[in-house]
Design a protein. Structure first.
Length: 245
């Protein structure tokens, strides 16, 4: 029996058209949460039913069994902008993965991901991070930088020295844990800095923050130039199994 001293359960909606796929997703929630983890409580329903549940903050969407594909993600984003989506899609489709994130997904996994990996992705999203291969996030940022956006020309916010350090490590695709280790601070302090950076930049997630920072002067221009030069000269590091940014 699971411990009753676990943190308050997190309600996670499950959206899949095929019963077999839905059964597979439901198995993610059968294991007890580890110490310190909040237990996950699955809620199954149609998109219309799930969107009417106010207490639902997270939604796992299986694109492999959905006939609507990316249209589903866009519809969810329009109806519930604050609802964080974890998308499971075809393997090896970077283009689809990038479109899914641009459509509002906070995590993208392929259908071969194990239940443990899906759980890790959900934990990353519930902590405010984005979960995707680092090579994919790098491609996404480069693509967004080529798209004109008047919001990127707005005055850049003032950053403290510590916020600037956190931002520069974040742009190097380091996780909160890695940033905390390098700066000698606690992981929760890193999360607080990231939250303030999001507010100051007027964006909702790390991808948008990276786009804003890389195209403006939230970080020094020389640093951005050096970062992009090094990315061209050396291959990206192999990510851990679908590591979060």
């Amino acid at each position: 029996m699971c411990s009753m001293r676990s943190p308050r359960p997190i309600r996670v909606g499950l959206l899949a058209d095929e019963p077999v796929r839905l059964a597979g997703l439901t198995s993610i929630f059968e294991e007890c949460a580890k110490e310190g983890q909040a237990p996950l409580f699955p809620i199954i329903g149609t998109m219309e039913e799930l969107l009417t549940i106010p207490a639902l903050d997270y939604l796992v969407v299986d694109l492999n069994s959905s006939s609507s594909g990316l249209d589903t993600l866009e519809a969810i984003r329009r109806a519930r902008p604050a609802l964080r989506q974890i998308v499971i899609g075809p393997e090896g489709s970077d283009e689809l993965a990038m479109k899914a994130i641009m459509a509002g997904a906070r995590a993208y996994l392929d259908m071969s991901a194990s239940p443990q990996t899906v759980r890790q992705a959900i934990d990353a999203v519930t902590s405010g991070s984005i979960w995707a291969p680092r090579r994919l996030l790098s491609k996404l940022i480069d693509r967004l930088l080529t798209t004109p956006d008047s919001s990127l020309t707005n005055a850049n916010p003032h950053l403290t020295d510590r916020e600037r350090q956190v931002l520069e490590l974040l742009l190097k695709a380091h996780s909160n844990r890695e940033i905390a280790s390098q700066l000698g601070i606690e992981e929760r302090t890193v999360k607080a800095h990231v939250s303030r950076l999001l507010r100051k930049a007027g964006v909702e997630n790390r991808v948008e923050l990276s786009m804003r920072a890389s195209s403006g002067s939230m970080v020094t221009g020389d640093w951005v130039i050096e970062r992009r030069r090094s990315e061209r000269q050396s291959p990206p590091p192999p990510p851990p199994p679908l590591s979060n940014s």
